[in-house]
Write a protein that binds this ligand. Sequence first.
Ligand code: GLN
Length: 582
Amino acid sequence: MASNRPTKFIFVTGGVVSSIGKGLTCASLGALLEARGLKLTMLKLDPYINVDPGTMSPFQHGEVFVTDDGAETDLDLGHYERFVESRMSRLNNFTSGQVYETVIANERRGDYLGRTVQVIPHITDEIKRRIFLCSKGFDICIVEIGGTVGDIESLPFLEAIRQMRADVNPENAIFLHVTLLPYIAAANEFKTKPTQHSVKELTSFGIVPSIIVCRSEQRLAQSIKTKIGHFCNVREDCVINAVDVSSIYELPLVLHDEGLDDQVVRLLNIWTGSPNLKPWQRIVNSFKNPLKGRVRIAMVGKYIGLPESYKSLTEALHHSGFANGCQIEIVYVDSSAIEKEGVDATLQKAAGDQKIDAILIPGGFGDRGTEGKIEAVRYSRENGVPFLGICLGLQMAVIEYARHKCDLPQAASGEFSPDAECKVIDLMESQKKVSSKGGSMRLGAYPCVLKEGSLVRKLYGTDNISERHRHRFEVNNAYRQALEDAGLSVSGLSPNGELIEIIELPDHPWFVAVQFHPEFKSSPRTPHPLFKGFIAAALNHRDASLAALGDSHEQDCADQSYPQNGVETKNEKTLASEAELA
Ligand code: GLN
């Protein structure tokens, strides 16, 4: 599309309750518009005062998503990157904290000399400036307002987008409101009243939605759409039903069938052909028909019961399930339980009467449960169970190897044992001077060179890669030789050879650990090579174990439906952030 045309804005608000999937609705709409050939970007506005979510515990906020340019952002940006081809950067997410920080810095510099600095116009102008900055050069900018309409915190955002529609001319902007229609079993009815009230509230701020997306457990009858249309003053065909789906990747198809993208392009007066939805149909088809049954991946981490904390990771596993023709069952294993009950008993208990096909140790902070994680590494290494370690997972694998293969029983990490003698994991040189916590880790994309003949080189199919990071500690080079002499292969290094990025064990069926976070770059259309290889290895391990038992996996495949929302949890847990330790 020609870039001299004005950018068209879609402002998305949420009503009734939080967590109704506004982010996924935006991401799916983005996918549909891109599939029509439009160049788009997406923006998430977060009403809280933190400058970014990097200092927040995942207990509070779920996963911190990291962009190539090193921004620590809201997890909705992860949804965006999994659904759209357009890449996100630090321009694509901002918080009230950032807005106030800028306005206050302007005030101190004297930019507003003589004037009183106020929410309107100074805060709202800064919000608008940031939205315009992000949208430059794009046909479409989808702007998602965090929180629920009526929250005190998000009022300046609502005021800013209300003004923006007039600023860009009304034909270049629409408001889309996402609500929930609760089902009341006793009355056997979906209730429209909460939607009516939230639209009324939105209207009181001067924002009149043109499209209402209604989340519901079951498909809504036409009569309900008619009713919402009448009471909320929208066209009946602009009441879009986002019915619950078995996998989030079905959502673009569901919303397209409901006419969402047709209505958006009609309202914004954009001409496009019909969208090419083949990639999404292929993805849905592959998860609905997993030819190779199911694999069980034990994710060994801290237990806190918030699945949102590992969002990119669980999704990356599912993408590779699609690519390998199998379903993924994630079995969450509390690493503290391993410390108390031993690794065999804990894994067995977590898997029920089934077997674990591979073990993954995700990123994390703090020492709770780390001895259990180290035990889980030992178990994978000694039993030939496929292993993938990510960030803290790599650090655990290095400690395990040092302790049991290099005769360094005191091997430790400087993160948990700052005074230890044998710190095989230690603070990076650049981190030693860091005094403030916010945005100060090694963040974002860094290049890595892969070793000739290594497993990772084969998986990636290239010798130069770029992956995203979020850590302060690294493998201590003082122990590199000892580790290599004992059989550990350093298969990925920073271009100057200083930082260990990847390790693997050549004499193990599949054992890889990485200092970066590959999960941030996986999408259903482009599953990540490391996860693809990991899941393929899990399948091999499963089949070899079944063959050893003289069994076949057919029985295992029977009567297993795909987990809700693409993620199945047994025990749900998360990594804790640095904030949790404070
Ligand atoms: N806590 C470790 C570090 O800071 C690992 C971080 C992570 O897993 N993201 O280096």
